[in-house]
Write a protein that binds this ligand. Structure first.
Ligand code: 5AD
Length: 362
């Protein structure tokens, strides 16, 4: 077996870009093998399952790519009650998950106090680890939620290319947002931090995607979410209003390219928790989850949002979780994980990187 520790230099921007560009099947086989060996050596064969609850599709933002942007006026909006979220948390416990991921659009009605109350109830009634993914929120809110017991925070930076980010993610009240800085702040507040990007955003170059991989490493992320950009027809980007780069420069939004970024993320941050995302499963219908798990990922986030709301959390069309039968899906997922020689992880499944940082409390 080759030495999986220093196989490919992911701190070298030019090398990362070369990996993103290569279509040589023999080289790619080497990348997949390296990522899989690194995954096994650092985080083992356990696949941790996180129950995802989308608590609101209200959003004050106007992101050009996202189907729940405020400008999508025809979309019916919903907001779960705290009791409904708690019911989802109990379902997560019944299925043996260790973590509840609470996600929503940027919804001011989920105030600091309401979210604090939710965190406290999830913690006291279920003992689950709590991951928040509620967008860019104020310092007082983040601090309050951490104090209330939230363990982790997910905030993808989408692209490290600042001018592209500013174009696709209009600021609020004239303030440009800086998600990379926000992640640093979340780390200081004691959260396990998750970042990530979309692959194949119109205007995204190979050089900037290589920089994204270096940024994962620089931020020393605990969690890295990577999915393909999927065009939503009711958004400016889905309508083709954002110009792609010339052929040869524009990154394609394909499953192969997404897998390359997952594999390179694993090599850049060997100890991180990396999900095989719903967006990848949406693009690669049959075996998308397995594909990600074979190429560096060690997490799956099954959707627990009540079925009547699930269609409305349409950040992109035809999300693969819409077809996931609520009863059978869990058993099927466990069988699929075992069929590829992996096992289902038990407990909260904090990243080894975080456990090293806080040995006393993990
Ligand atoms: N295609 C793929 N991913 C998307 N996201 C939002 N809109 C889309 C889209 N059209 C991703 C973003 C966001 C996460 C919650 O979903 O990366 O951070």
């Amino acid at each position: 077996m080759r030495d999986a520790r220093i196989p490919i230099d992911v701190s070298d921007r030019a090398q990362v870009e070369a990996w993103l560009r290569t279509e040589d099947p023999i080289l790619l086989e080497e990348l997949w093998t390296c990522a899989d060996e690194t995954r096994r050596a650092h985080v083992g064969d356990a696949v941790y399952l996180r129950g995802l609850v989308e608590i609101s599709n209200h959003c004050v933002r106007q992101c050009l790519y996202c189907g729940i942007r405020a400008g999508h006026r025809e979309l019916a909006r919903y907001r779960l009650t705290t009791d409904e979220v708690i019911e989802c948390a109990h379902e997560a416990v019944r299925r043996g998950y260790g973590t509840l991921v609470v996600q929503s659009g940027e919804d001011p009605e989920w105030t600091r106090g309401r979210v604090c109350e939710l965190i406290r109830r999830v913690k006291s009634e279920t003992g689950l680890a709590v991951t928040l993914s509620l967008g860019e929120r104020g310092e007082d809110e983040l601090l309050g939620w951490r104090r209330a017991g939230a363990d982790r925070y997910l905030l993808r930076f989408e692209t490290s290319d600042r001018s592209l980010f500013a174009r696709i993610h209009p600021g609020r009240a004239g303030l440009a947002s800086d998600r990379i800085e926000s992640l640093r702040r979340l780390r200081e507040l004691g959260f396990e931090i998750g970042g990530g990007v979309m692959v194949g955003i119109p205007g995204q170059s190979y050089a900037s995607l290589a920089e994204d991989v270096l940024t994962f490493c620089e931020l020393d992320l605990d969690m890295i979410g990577v999915g393909p950009f999927l065009a939503h027809p009711e958004t400016p980007m889905g309508r083709g209003e954002v110009a792609p780069l010339p052929a040869g420069e524009q990154v394609p939004a394909t499953k192969e390219m997404t897998c390359k970024v997952v594999a390179l993320a694993r090599l850049a941050c060997p100890d991180a928790n990396i999900p095989s995302t719903t967006a990848l499963a949406t693009l690669a219908r049959e075996h998308g989850r397995e594909l990600g798990l074979a190429r560096g990922a060690n997490i799956v986030m099954p959707n627990l949002t009540p079925f009547r709301y699930r269609r409305m959390y349409e950040i992109y069309p035809a999300k693969s979780c819409l077809g996931e039968d609520p009863v059978d899906f869990h058993a099927q997922l466990v069988a699929r994980i075992r069929a590829i020689g992996r096992e289902v992880g038990e407990g909260p499944g904090a990243s080894p990187a975080w456990r090293r940082r806080y040995p006393a409390i993990s």
